[in-house]
Design a protein around this ligand. Structure first.
Ligand code: FE2
Length: 389
């Protein structure tokens, strides 16, 4: 047995009545715990996300720790946690997921104060189980975990970590214990996960809206129709689901009729069905984040220079220097509560599927409705270049 083995135990937990819920927040969700992305190679994906985006590799589980099914690397920046997992055996579920979807989020995990209560409340409300409550234990304490299924092959985990004092999860070791690094990853300024967007098939958006209302007790925050989100060629519809007393925002998109193929249809074709379209990370300083990411050759959607001509009349005054915002290609929008600055990366790998958003909120709690048209025209230019429009 290797010296890196981190001893841990697991046990199944019996059903019992929920205690933590209220009618407005029945599962008592505390926030995003982490997002797990399944990938071909955890090592290479972690290298990309750390060197390009400033995520630090924190914890590791793999053959060296006695775990022979897969390799997982936890990446962290601010409070945003991304877990990258790759298969070690072609016969594993992880391998079949990666074969179908390539680099794609498997799990949008929530932190809860009481895992069993959240899980059995969701099951009582009609959820489909992905994993029953299990306790993971080591010398640092215990984590209780369970999961339910959502759109496509995506799941929502419920993670109860209040009795765990370790680095991340029983069975994981500090990354640097196995890979002492000579270079230090410099954080770019990402603070927290802001929202996670799912793409579902034509006509399915309302089914998933009902799922989040019924099973997770979420409510609908905003609705964008195809009138809001349409260009000359294509359209989509979007509804924003809000839960965990406002801590969780999950917009859901579906394609709408247009002259040409919607960007959501392109995603569904190349992803092989529904899944997470983008993860938005919040920052207090988008200028520094985008400068750093551009220095690291992260590619962003191109915004036409004419977009900036209308900013003063559309958005009014902002504290940032508009010349810098324009030079960095950052988008700006205002609503009744304030303004926001946002930017979208190009897809993170070869398939036109998952991408990241960086967002800075200056009072605005919206999603950049005023940017949709400029943004989608930019996406369509890229789609046309790929021969998919
Ligand atoms: Fe977004």
């Amino acid at each position: 047995m290797s010296k890196h083995v981190a001893p841990f135990t697991t046990r199944w937990i019996d059903p019992r009545e929920g205690t933590a819920s209220t009618s407005e927040d029945p599962l008592a969700i505390d926030g995003f715990d982490h997002i797990e992305i399944y990938a071909d190679s955890a090592k290479q994906s972690a290298y990309y996300l750390s060197h390009a985006f400033g995520f630090a590799p924190v914890a590791y589980r793999g053959p060296e720790t006695g775990w022979r099914e897969s390799v997982s690397i936890l990446l962290k920046q601010g409070d945003a946690c991304i877990l990258i997992t790759s298969p070690l055996k072609m016969t594993s579920y992880i391998a079949s997921f990666v074969h179908a979807h390539s680099f794609s989020p498997r799990d949008v995990a929530f932190t809860v104060p009481h895992c069993e209560a959240a899980y059995y409340e969701a099951m009582k409300r009609g959820a489909t189980s992905a994993s029953p409550p299990t306790e993971w234990k080591d010398e640092h304490g215990s984590i209780v975990h369970a999961a339910i299924k959502t759109y496509g092959h995506t799941i929502h985990s419920f993670v109860e970590r209040k009795n765990y004092k370790g680095l991340y999860w029983p069975g994981f070791i500090p990354y640097k214990q196995l890979f002492p690094r000579t270079s230090t990853i410099k954080e770019a300024g990402i603070k927290v996960i802001d929202h996670v967007v799912g793409n579902v098939e034509l006509g399915k958006m309302n089914e998933w809206v009902a799922f989040y209302e019924r099973i997770l007790g979420f409510s609908q925050l905003t609705h964008f129709s195809d009138k809001d989100i349409s260009t000359e060629y294509s359209a989509l519809m979007s509804k924003v689901m809000n839960g965990g007393k406002g801590k969780i925002k999950l917009p859901i998109n579906e394609p709408a009729e247009g002259k040409r193929k919607s960007q959501i249809e392109e995603y569904l074709d190349f992803h092989g069905g529904p899944g997470v379209q983008h993860i938005a990370f919040q920052t207090d300083d988008i200028i520094t984040v985008v400068r750093t990411l551009r220095e690291h050759d992260v590619q962003f959607l191109h915004v036409p220079k004419t977009y900036y001509d209308e900013i003063p009349s559309r958005v009014g005054s902002i504290k940032e220097d508009l010349a810098i915002i324009r030079e960095l290609g950052i988008l700006v929008d205002r609503d009744e509560d304030g303004y926001l600055l946002q930017i979208f990366t190009k897809p993170l790998e070869d398939r036109p599927t998952l991408f990241f958003e960086i967002i800075q909120r200056e009072g605005s709690t919206g999603f950049g409705k005023g940017n949709f048209k400029a943004l989608f025209e930019a996406i369509e230019r890229e789609q046309a270049e790929r021969g998919n429009l």
